[in-house]
Design a protein around this ligand. Structure first.
Ligand code: AMP
Length: 233
């Protein structure tokens, strides 16, 4: 029965448009029950022991779905989960149609001559607020980058978090600090000369989260450790 269902999923995917081939998963665009859909399919890693591989892949799929649902319950925008097939490790998600990544948006604003700095500052503040809300709900994203944030166009532009494949639930300030540190590294290396913009993001995070002092303290410690390590290296 499970195998039959998986066959149906692979037949469905054979007609879908592959949009990304990653190291852990393939991402497809398709139409599912008449709705524009993104399908994330985690595949087998042949170098891993099959039992361990199955366990890890299953856990990542469960974690991704759980974190998306938890975020949505807390009022944080993340795609709607339409369907999950745990046999083929596929998650069917709402496609955020016509969206662009925050990464592409920042890059295009930086390239344009127009004075759109205040718009970027507003965006950084919004990101800070959303991450504070996510951390207050104990969701650790695990792979925060500006590519994993989409800007939904429409009446009111909205920020949607995606790719919760490495996410988990934790109340520890250390885990939240690491989440912010990962974003800081990704942010500053992707977007040159944005130190002040990232500081705005952190300031807004600090103002929005009830538990930010302990997290920011941990972030500072992690930064210091990082600096010491790079001096030794
Ligand atoms: P991911 O591996 O989940 O980061 O997805 C890879 C790429 O697919 C992203 O960078 C987005 O451009 C696109 N993508 C993923 N999920 C969605 C979604 N729900 N709606 C629209 N585009 C998406």
């Amino acid at each position: 029965m499970a195998q039959e269902k998986s066959m149906a999923v692979s037949e469905f995917l054979s007609k879908a448009e592959l949009i990304k081939q990653g190291a852990e998963a393939r991402v497809y665009r398709a139409e599912f029950l008449g709705k524009p859909t993104i399908v994330k399919e985690r595949f087998t890693k042949r170098y891993r022991h099959p039992t361990l591989d199955e366990k890890l892949t299953h856990r990542r799929t469960v974690q991704e779905v759980r974190s998306i649902l938890r975020c949505r319950r807390a009022g944080i925008s993340a795609p709607v989960v339409y369907f999950v097939d745990y046999t083929s490790h596929c998650i069917f998600l709402e496609e955020i149609v016509g969206s662009s990544t925050v990464r592409d948006h920042i890059a295009s604003v930086q390239q344009s001559d127009s004075c759109k700095e205040p718009e970027l500052e507003q965006l950084a503040e919004r990101v800070g607020q959303i991450l504070a809300k996510m951390h207050d709900d104990d969701v650790i994203h695990g792979d925060l980058t500006t590519s994993n944030m989409l800007l939904r166009r429409g009446g009111e532009s909205d920020l949607v978090l995606i790719d919760f494949g490495l996410s988990y639930i934790s109340a520890l300030p250390e885990d939240k600090g690491v989440d912010l540190y990962v974003l800081e590294k990704a942010f500053l290396s992707t977007h040159p000369n944005t130190e002040a913009l990232f500081e705005k993001l952190l300031k807004s995070y600090t103002a929005s989260s009830k538990r930010s002092p302990a997290v920011i303290k941990k972030l500072d410690e992690i930064r210091l450790r990082g600096r010491k390590r790079s001096m030794v290296g």
